[in-house]
Design a binder for this molecule. Sequence first.
Ligand SMILES: [Zn+2]
Length: 63
Amino acid sequence: MANKEQCSKCGKFLDLWDFQEDFSLSRFLGYGTKYDGERLEIKLCCECMEKLIDECKISPIKI
Ligand SMILES: [Zn+2]
């Protein structure tokens, strides 16, 4: 598989499992942010996604 997509956080090349999760966010950033008018495109591998979830004070996991 010729995959060139990398995790935004750790730089790892995304594998099949990462693609299956497809943890990505794409949107324009608004006025008032440091990146006013710029575009955010973030993709995370499973490991970084899990880390992000673990770091949340309010668990984003709903059962
Ligand atoms: Zn990662």
